[in-house]
Every structure is written in C-alpha cells, then in structure tokens.
Design a protein around this ligand. Structure first.
Ligand SMILES: O=P(O)(O)OC[C@H]1O[C@](O)(COP(=O)(O)O)[C@@H](O)[C@@H]1O
Ligand SMILES: [Mg+2]
Ligand SMILES: [Mg+2]
Length: 329
C-alpha cells in the first residue's frame, strides 16, 4: 500500500471530491523526498552549518532550514491548491498569487530539530492543513483557527529510515520510504499509542525554572510512590523524533513553560497543533497546562505554547496536577 493509493482510497470516501487534497499531499510528499535526499548527503554537499541569516524567532538559520523552506514553498505554490502558507522560517504569512490559488492553507516547520542537523541525529518536517473558512478571499484568520479545525496533519522524519506519518482525521498511518522504489510504503497502519507508557521526554536542563505541577510530575516519573517502576528518560531534542518514539512506544513528551519562557519554546501553528492532532487521532492526549491543545485559538502565526502530549493516562496525570495546583491557588 503506497501513500498515493492510501490517499486515493481516503478520497474515494468523498464522492464530491475533485482530488485537490491528493494533489496537495503529493506535492508535500515530493518536498519530503527532496529534503530527505539533501539531509542524507548534507555532509557531502556542504549543507552542514549556518546559512548566515537569522529567522523571526531570533534563531540562526541552518543551511538546511533555508533549503527546506525554499523546497516546500515552491512545492506548495506549484501544487495550485494553496492560498496561504505559514512557515517557521518566514516572518510573514505567504499569500499565494490569485492565479495559482486553491482552497487549502498549509502551516509548516520545514526542518525540525535544527540543533541536531550537524551531528546527523534524526530531524524532520512538520505540517498542518486547514481549509479556507468560507471559500472566499483568503485572510490571515483562515490560519488563526483552533487546531481542531485542521483537516489533516503529519510529519516526515529523516532518521535511520525516512518515515512519513499522516492523519486526515480518520486515524494515523505511517509510511516508510523505499529508496529503491522512491515511494512511501505503508508500514505502520492505524497507529494507536499505548494507554500508558514507561518513558518521559523533556529537557531537564530547564528544571530549575519549572512550575510546581511540572516539577511534581517529573519527580513522580523518577521516584514513583505507587509501587510502579520509574520511567526512563529519553530526549533527542528534535520534536519530530521525540514525538515519533512517543507515538509508537507510549509515554509523554513535554516542553513546559517556565519562569524564563512562560510559553515554552514550541510554536502553536506548525509544531504544537499538528503533533496534537496526530496524538488525539492515535488515542492519546495533548494539553497546554491550561486546556486541550487543539482548543487553543492562536492570535499570532509564530506564537508559542507549553505542551504536554502522549499516552492518555500519562497526560491525565499531568492534567490532575495542574487542576490541583489551580484549586490550591
Ligand atoms: O534544545 P531544547 O530547548 O531542548 O529544544 C528542543 C526543541 O526545539 C526544536 O528543535 C525547535 O524546532 P526547530 O528546530 O524547528 O526550531 C524542537 O524540535 C525540539 O523539540
Ligand atoms: Mg521545530
Ligand atoms: Mg524548524
């Protein structure tokens, strides 16, 4: 089962469909294949290191950040199915020229895990897809919608193998790139995250600035008082890779807010929302410390939010700690 056939099967469930979504997705897949080949030969092709520019987040852009962004913007515009693009690497949203427009908006992180590029550790691409709200002239509000309004989300992980994970709202499916065919083959049908996990994933280097509930939760992972075994810590530092492991093995990935960064680090539109959409579709949960992550209504395209996502029961424990903290306040 190739990804093309899978999407066409999904499309056949909507007799009125004209194939716009399949065409859009085939361009995203093409972009991922291109970036995958660039990542594989990054060292050889002098694609390691800095590009010499700084992005809107104040981060020094890596050469692969810039290349991946160009690849996806070109692929998405040439699909003829998009009207608005929001990229981590572009300060403003891109409004596609009228002659090339379509009914979809794509928010994306062209290269996630940039700090791991130069050492060859797994990195990825993250994307979310919205539809133009009323089918009229595209406006910024079409992408400043709650995550639950997304029609699809996914990521592509460039690791020991290249894995594409997708949800169009009816479950989560994983595909592995067969380099000899140059095609993504379904290898992980209908992914369901375990209800409870044995792994927690967080950058403990920020621990001294954490709030009470986060500190308590990580303490419980290390020193459980209910007779269960301590959880193992796993942290790669690429959200795509840490979330991919969490999706398959269970457990929880968290990037909490703290005294230094009250809204944490991860961006709502093109990191938090797509991963939360996938997590819920796989039977897990995604929480901001205040609410269900997909209920968030973004105000700015690059805004950040704390995020706790993963196995249902593990996130339920974190929600209970925040509720107790709220009550005590
Ligand atoms: O180094 P830290 O603070 O742990 O942050 C790691 C997080 O930052 C990110 O690298 C941010 O994403 P980008 O690399 O796309 O900017 C995430 O992939 C990762 O989860
Ligand atoms: Mg990222
Ligand atoms: Mg990035």
């Amino acid at each position: 089962m190739t990804i093309t056939r899978h999407v066409l099967n999904e499309q056949s469930k909507y007799p009125e469909s004209r194939g716009d979504f399949s065409i859009l997705l085939s361009h995203i897949v093409l972009g991922c294949k291109f970036v995958c080949s660039a990542v594989n030969k990054a060292g050889l092709a002098k694609l390691i290191g800095l590009a010499g520019e700084t992005n809107v987040q104040g981060e020094e852009q890596k050469k692969l950040d810039v290349l991946s962004n160009e690849v996806f913007v070109k692929a998405l515009v040439s699909s003829g199915r998009t009207s608005i693009l929001v990229s981590e690497e572009d300060e403003e949203a891109t409004f596609v020229e009228p002659s090339k427009r379509g009914k979809y908006c794509v928010v994306f992180d062209p290269l996630d895990g940039s700090s791991n590029i130069d050492c060859g550790v797994s990195i990825g691409t993250i994307f979310g897809i919205y539809m133009i709200k009323d089918g009229g002239e595209p406006v910024l509000e079409d992408v400043l919608q709650p995550g639950k309004q997304m029609v699809a989300a996914g990521y592509c992980m460039y690791g020991s193998s290249c894995t594409f994970v997708l949800s169009t709202g009816s479950g989560v499916h994983g595909f592995t790139l067969d380099p000899s065919l140059g095609e993504f083959i379904m290898t992980h049908p209908d992914i369901k995250i375990p209800k409870k996990g044995k792994i927690y994933s967080v950058n403990e280097g920020n621990a001294k600035n954490w709030d009470g509930p986060t500190t308590k939760y990580v303490e419980k992972c290390k020193f459980p008082t209910d007779g269960s075994s301590p959880k193992s810590l796993r942290y790669i530092g690429s959200m795509v890779a840490d979330v991919h492991r969490t999706l398959l093995y269970g457990g929880v990935f968290l990037y909490p807010g703290d005294k230094k960064s009250p809204n944490g680090k991860l961006r709502v539109l093109y990191e938090v929302f797509p991963m939360s959409f996938l997590m819920e579709q796989a039977g897990g949960q995604a929480f901001t410390g205040k609410e269900r992550a997909l209920d968030l209504v973004p105000i700015k395209i690059h805004e950040r939010s704390p995020i706790f996502l993963g196995s249902y029961d593990d996130v339920e424990e974190i929600k209970a700690l925040y509720a107790a903290d709220q009550k005590a306040a």
